[in-house]
Ligand binder design. Structure first.
Ligand code: GAL
Length: 365
């Protein structure tokens, strides 16, 4: 009898322990957006915002960082920026540190869209709202997602090349970005929205379709080199998902004397790629205006810290919930539209794009 009682007690204890462990790993449902920030800030209270970045490798991210810092100064916010240099464990550690230091809101540009879910859980356990910046965080209770229309960008890249290729069927290579970045997946989805029907019509043949690890130009170079070897240099267009990978592709094409003959897309309006566009080696890029993105994220963060409502344009399903989102318009840029887009917008000066290039190649203002 005593024995059974002891056993029952043990069982109850075990069950209680197990349920405590499970609830510890569940996404926090005390969502900061629903429950409000840990202490709602008044209009004159100082606000601390943490910005956890994956990388500064691509030129654009330095610009995002600069814009965050500029906006923080303008609106008197205390900003802490940490860069994880492509390491998930580093990004998690840095986010934990910022939470310990008492940030009111965390803005995260995740290295890995799945792994970063644990950052959201930690933040929410402390009542801190999280904004996913540029890249969505999957399967997590994200408070807000701010980015550009990424699927549309993939469509723009593929459509531009399809509209400008003058062969039927045309041989296409697809170079995706990092498979751990949700943007790379969305871009590929957009590219296939255009290319799949073209393949079915018999207008396009896809000779290679691979993701470039960590968005590396060297990985893109390898993918394009192999595609050229396997197709006996019969490649007509390379759909690259960003400018860094586009430059890897251009290097592989250059080695075969094919630049200018093969169409290449990109994304980011990197200076080096704008110069390749002027030279005729890269065909197009997708320009994403970063000021509204960075300022939008900062201003939204302040609102969340004060427990105010943020106006959003749509929702995006991240596997956990429909995340309220603000998605900005991307713009396609080629040689002919360079002046009316990136230059007009003040993103880049024509002199810096054309510096050292033959003047006759440079578009005239
Ligand atoms: C994507 C981002 C691009 C590009 C790339 C590599 O997620 O949207 O603009 O920078 O990452 O970092």
């Amino acid at each position: 009898m005593r024995y059974t009682k002891a056993l029952t007690l043990c069982l109850i204890l075990l069950l209680a322990l197990a349920s405590a462990c499970v609830s510890g790993t569940q996404p926090a449902n005390n969502s900061a957006a629903n429950g409000g920030p840990r202490t709602k800030k008044g209009p004159n209270d100082p606000i601390k915002i943490g910005f956890s970045m994956d990388t500064l490798k691509e030129e654009r991210w330095q610009r995002d960082k600069d814009l965050f810092e500029k906006r923080a100064k303008e609106i008197g916010v205390q900003l802490n920026v940490q860069v994880a240099n492509g390491s998930d464990s580093e990004q998690i550690k840095q986010a934990e540190n910022m939470l310990t230091q008492g940030v009111d809101v965390l803005v995260v540009a995740p290295h890995n869209s799945e792994i970063a879910a644990s950052i959201v859980e930690s933040a929410h356990r402390q009542g801190v709202p999280v904004i996913a910046y540029d890249r969505l965080i999957k399967n997590a209770d994200v408070d807000l997602y701010i980015s550009h229309q990424v699927v549309k960008m993939g469509e723009m890249q593929a459509k531009y090349l399809l509209d400008h290729v003058n062969k039927k069927p045309a041989n296409f290579v697809i170079v995706g970005g990092s498979p751990t970045d949700n943007n790379a997946i969305l871009l590929h989805e957009g590219q296939m929205n255009i290319l799949k029907p073209a393949v079915e019509r018999g207008d396009v043949k896809i000779v290679a379709d691979q993701y470039a690890k960590e968005w590396q130009a060297s990985a893109a170079l390898n993918i394009v080199e192999n595609a050229l070897t396997q197709s006996n240099n019969q490649v007509d267009a390379v759909v690259c998902s960003n400018d860094g990978t586009a430059r890897g592709a251009v290097q592989a094409l250059d080695a075969q004397g094919l630049t200018g003959k093969v169409l290449v897309s990109g994304q980011d309006a990197d200076l080096a790629s704008l110069r390749l566009i002027v030279e005729g080696k890269q065909t197009m890029t997708v320009y994403k205006s970063l000021q509204p993105l960075a300022y939008g994220a900062m201003d939204a963060a302040v609102k969340l810290a004060r427990g105010e409502k943020v106006e959003t344009t749509e929702t995006i399903d991240n596997g956990f919930k429909k995340v309220p989102a603000i998605l900005l318009e991307p713009v396609a840029v080629d040689r002919n539209t360079l002046l009316s887009t990136v230059v007009k917008d003040g993103y880049r000066k024509l002199e810096e794009i054309c510096a050292g290039l033959p003047p006759e190649k440079c578009p005239k203002e």
